[in-house]
Design a protein. Structure first.
Length: 376
């Protein structure tokens, strides 16, 4: 078993064990947060924004799809580990530090919650650095962490709103009205809040991976964490100052920040196509793959067309082979780009040989729809 394989196994095992250990106490917290019917209703309502948000991040993650198992671990880490750790640490911090309710919401919660979510990204940087190829990957993983965290947090807030307890109790004595108001604010108006906060750390982690400077690779995640905490703190502060403060921060901070992160993600995905074209062109010149295949990999529509053609010719097995080939070429492109930038990972040679071997093994058994590379 190689070093890379061992590190992958260690990361997966560690995260899985931590998720499993945190699942029971977190489930108990959810169960006792309200009457059984209340918890069920709160869970259903909290799940409403989950699928659309996950779909948006998966749409962004199309050039080099991240391992679905790893994305699922990020979702579970946010929903279970980060949420449970935040509840414990905020409770202990509030008791030991003597924080008021307002200070807990505006100061302690942002610091603790972003650290708990961000821990997964830092572990990715340490153990699964090969899965972070840039800014877009960082945003996608941050999104999964934020979606998971918001899901569990929303269950607790929705249950508290209905029962008239907790922070949402300020909406009234509870009941359907308070539940509806909380659902609209948290699940319809601002479901992107937690993914947005953590995206600052995700962007920083993506930049750090490709940085040539050792100090930058160390400091950038810290800068991203500070950005996540400040944005989170401003957002939480808006809820303290009533409806006017909420609307002001939402209009002047949240929506512009969301648009900026979204635009950055879309621009990065377009830039990845240009980067992959250049890196794979150089790899083809070195004889690592046929140059005529590049267009069938870097163009998303051409990629899908090639898969459909393979399926039509020889069924699902041929489509799977085409998908494997395209994935190996994409992985080689990202790795070769880092080599050309002068920031190759320590296992560059081993990983490169693995991708080249996969390309050489699969290429003879697939067929593209002609050798005229489609262009836009």
């Amino acid at each position: 078993m190689g070093v890379r394989r061992r590190r992958n196994v260690v990361f997966t095992a560690l995260v899985s064990v931590v998720v499993a250990l945190a699942a029971i106490p977190m489930l108990l917290i959810v169960v006792v947060s309200g009457a059984p019917t209340t918890v069920v209703v709160a869970t259903v309502l909290a799940a409403v924004p989950v699928v659309p948000l996950v779909a948006c991040f998966l749409w962004l993650d199309r050039y080099e799809p991240e391992p679905r198992g790893l994305l699922a671990l990020g979702l579970l880490w946010g929903a279970i580990v980060a949420c449970f750790a935040a509840i414990v640490l905020e409770g202990v911090g509030g008791a030991v530090g003597g924080f008021s309710d307002q200070a807990t919401v505006t100061v302690l919660a942002p610091v603790v919650e972003e650290a708990c979510k961000g821990a997964f990204l830092l572990m990715l940087l340490w153990w699964r650095r090969d899965e972070l190829d840039g800014v877009l990957d960082g945003i996608v993983y941050a999104g999964m962490l934020g979606i998971g965290f918001a899901f569990t947090e929303n269950i607790l807030y929705l249950a508290a709103a209905y029962d008239g307890t907790g922070p949402e109790g300020v909406l009234g004595p509870g009941g359907t009205t308070a539940l509806t108001q909380t659902f609209v604010v948290r699940c319809l108006v601002s479901p992107f809040a937690h993914p947005l906060f953590t995206a600052f750390l995700g962007v920083a982690a993506g930049i750090a991976v490709n940085s040539r400077s050792r100090s930058a690779r160390t400091l950038l995640p810290l800068v991203g964490y500070v950005g996540a905490v400040l944005t989170h703190a401003l957002w939480n502060s808006s809820t303290v100052f009533g409806y006017g403060g909420f609307v002001t921060v939402y209009a002047l901070l949240m929506l512009p920040a969301l648009c900026a992160i979204g635009a950055l993600a879309v621009w990065t995905r377009a830039a990845e196509r240009r980067m992959l074209s250049a890196a794979l062109g150089d790899a083809a010149a070195r004889g690592l793959l046929p140059a005529t295949d590049i267009g069938w990999v870097v163009d998303l529509r051409a990629r899908h067309r090639a898969r459909a053609h393979a399926r039509q010719l020889a069924g699902p097995a041929a489509e799977d082979a085409m998908r494997e080939y395209q994935q190996a070429v994409i992985e080689l492109g990202f790795l070769h780009h880092r080599y050309l930038r002068g920031t190759p990972p320590p296992d560059f040679a081993v990983r490169g040989q693995e991708y080249v071997s996969r390309i050489g093994r699969v290429r003879p058994i697939i067929a593209f729809p002609g050798q005229v590379v489609p262009t836009r």
